[in-house]
Ligand binder design. Structure first.
Ligand SMILES: [Fe+2]
Length: 322
């Protein structure tokens, strides 16, 4: 039976198995959000949020002197710590859509450097209203989406991904799924891990992506760090349906079954920003409610973050005495 965890957007969230401690929901105070909306914009420098915006966001947060947000992000997302690897950040939902995008980008800049890997009119935040006319399992589709990391098939998997909800599903579906990849891989047999280490897996194509290096097809699912650090786990549910992986279907099925036991379900409401470290956490969604003839469908945006070891949430918080 699923276990209730914390409430987000006024609705209970569930998890399907015991995993690491749940992250505490974080909040961008209204005053800080207003300051960030004042000093930052959506201006880009190529596929990256402009350096001026990154600097302005970090300076505004430092000037506010409120360490709770940075400390919370650090505890939950910093690469050198063993936090849960995901965070849910609440912004003032009454802010206009564009301001929510600006403030969310500023939050991402506390972790690294925001960018887009898929060009969509040069916007940092890609996506928009969901449509029943899209492939059901795609981003912006109406169906369930198996858990996956974004762009598993490139040299440099985007370090972090984020989802910003401007309008939740009026059909009360579309919960976000978050799956602990490291725990899943650690629970596989050594024989299966040996197969997952082979560079013999295919998933989709990797054309015209930005900021992620060259396509890597085939790729190893379990991509170990020669220096002994945390491995990358290039997982996508679609691996099971790619005919090029036929010979490895049994191990893929075992991994897919195992990951179910490490998957959370989270309801994300308007003005909430979900951030996941792709080295630790895969994401997906439950299906949306049936399309409606009137009203507006869910509106979801996404942006990526490149790791920056000098970002405020990647460095030790200042300890003040006295
Ligand atoms: Fe995704």
């Amino acid at each position: 039976m699923p276990l209730h965890t914390f409430a987000a957007a006024g609705r209970p969230t569930q998890r399907t198995a015991e995993t690491a401690a749940d992250p505490v929901p974080l909040t961008v105070p209204r005053r800080l959000a207003g300051a960030l909306a004042q000093v930052c914009t959506l201006e880009m420098d190529g596929h990256q949020w402009s350096a001026g915006n990154v600097t302005a966001a970090r300076a505004a947060v430092a000037a506010a002197g409120d360490l709770a947000l940075v400390t919370g992000l650090r505890q939950q997302l910093a690469r050198d710590l063993d936090g849960p690897g995901w965070a849910l950040v609440t912004l003032p939902p009454e802010f206009a859509d564009e301001d929510l995008q600006v403030v969310s980008a500023a939050v991402l800049a506390l972790i690294g450097k925001p960018f887009y890997s898929i060009e969509q009119e040069g916007r940092l935040w890609i996506g928009g209203p969901s449509s029943p006319h899209r492939d059901a399992a795609s981003f912006g589709g109406f169906g369930a989406q198996p858990v996956h990391v974004d762009a598993p098939n490139v040299e440099h998997v985007p370090d972090y991904t984020s989802l910003l909800v401007l309008r939740p599903d009026p059909g009360d579906g579309g919960q976000t799924l978050l799956a602990d990849l490291q725990s899943t891989a650690a629970g596989m047999t050594e024989a299966d891990r040996g197969v997952l280490r082979r560079r013999e897996f295919f998933e989709g194509r990797a054309d015209r992506l930005l900021g992620v290096g060259a396509p890597l097809l085939p790729f190893p699912i379990l991509d170990e760090d020669p220096a002994g650090g945390r491995p990358w786990i290039r997982w996508a549910g679609k691996l099971l349906h790619d005919s090029r992986n036929q010979q490895h279907l049994p191990v893929l099925r075992r991994f897919a079954a195992a990951i179910d036991a490490h998957t959370h379900s989270v309801a994300v409401g308007r003005g909430q920003l979900l951030i996941a470290d792709q080295q630790r956490i895969a994401h997906g969604r439950t299906s949306l409610g049936p399309p409606r003839s009137s009203g507006h469908p869910r509106c979801l945006l996404q942006a990526k973050i490149c790791h920056d070891m000098f970002a405020p949430a990647q460095t030790a918080p200042v300890v003040r005495h006295g």
